[in-house]
Design a protein around this ligand. Structure first.
Ligand code: NI
Length: 176
């Protein structure tokens, strides 16, 4: 089921999220709905607070890329804990809660992320590139932080050219 995505400046996007205490059928249904919602907007990541649920979980699914074994797979990350690795680098970023805009944001090139899966297993992944960037973006959402908070000025936002709004065309400019 597609849920409504909160958009900036909805105050719900600033709510801090509580850890998920138990993986209930409701949590599994929420995750499924979040994939439906994300796909409907051609995004590659979506955090629970973006659909008005203040729980520490997000979903990720990067477009298939032969160079990234984490791409093309569905991930549900519950109660994530992140360590940043590598250098900080400017990366193009957008957000489904601010459709049509993007900006350069400084992010770590890599992350180590531990999280609980829907099956209850606690796992840890090392990621680089787009996956690592998306993890940092989504964890920010769980803390009520938005990518625009990393900008010196809102004037650093730019409109995404309409022809780039399809992630099958250009993954780099995609909303997360
Ligand atoms: Ni976002």
């Amino acid at each position: 089921m597609i849920r409504r995505i909160l958009e900036i400046p909805d105050p719900g996007l600033r709510e801090p999220c509580a850890p998920v205490a138990e993986i209930t059928p409701e949590i599994a249904r929420l995750a499924g709905d979040m994939f439906d919602t994300m796909h409907a907007s051609a995004g590659l990541g979506l955090a629970a607070p973006q659909v008005g649920v203040y729980a520490r979980l997000f979903v990720l699914e990067l477009p298939p890329d032969d160079d990234d074994p984490l791409s093309g797979r569905r991930f549900v990350l519950i109660n994530p804990e992140v360590d940043l690795t590598g250098a900080r680098k400017e990366m193009v970023e957008g957000c489904l809660s601010l459709p049509g805009f993007r900006a350069m944001v400084k992010r770590a090139e890599g992350v180590t992320v531990a999280f609980t899966q829907l099956d209850g297993a606690r796992v840890s992944l090392e990621a680089r590139g787009l996956f690592a960037q998306a993890v940092q973006h989504e964890v920010d959402h769980l803390n009520g932080v938005l990518f625009i908070d990393h900008l010196k000025s809102l004037l650093d936002l730019e409109r995404i050219p309409p022809e780039m709004l399809d992630w099958t065309e250009e993954a780099e400019a995609e909303a997360a």
